[in-house]
Design a protein around this ligand. Sequence first.
Ligand code: DX5
Ligand code: ZN
Length: 220
Amino acid sequence: MVLDMIHFAPSILSADFTQLQKDIDDVQKGGADYLHFDVMDGMFVPAISFGMPVLKCVAGKTELFLDVHLMIVEPERYIEEFIKDGANLVTVHLETLKEPEKVIKQIHALGAKAGLAINPETPAERIRPYLSMIDMALVMCVHPGFGEQAYLSSSDEKIAQIASWIREEDLHVDLEVDGGIKMENVERIAALGANVIVAGSAVFKGDVEENTREFIGKIK
Ligand code: DX5
Ligand code: ZN
């Protein structure tokens, strides 16, 4: 049972890239233990974000656990490179995979943890068969592609459902939530059973260190 350990994962998608080192130092000082890294390819999602060169720089400068969320088609083509460049955990989208089990094994064989994500329109049941093979399930709480969107209330049921499967089957799987998490709803969402909490726009606005501390105060 891993769900008792809470991790906070600021998404650097909303960071100020002209002062990325400072933003990362601030979330670390505020108590974050993960750093969420949103890779977008303009194919699986409309936007393009960043990739290996940024990850490589960040990995060389921080001790934070690097949680890499691949919103890209054919992620199996790039997994090895992301792990080589410092990813501790690689999350791929179930919607992009023809052979999910094979890709999960590929991530593990390369020495990283494996996460599997589902979009808002993908039913929770689709991820269930893979829960015993992965280290983390990721429930997208917005349509992926952009920061600063509103939390979709339909995510509540999915989070609670997956958390109950993890509990009932005593699985060693973390449950991550991503998208629309704010100071006002984080407590309620964590109480549904999520234990890895991603937040982007709500962290990297104003006092980053203080925002991080306040988030963590609400969930730990
Ligand atoms: C959405 C990304 C999220 C995003 C979260 O496509 O996967 O990680 O950065 O941002 P907020 O917290 O602003 O919704
Ligand atoms: Zn993400």
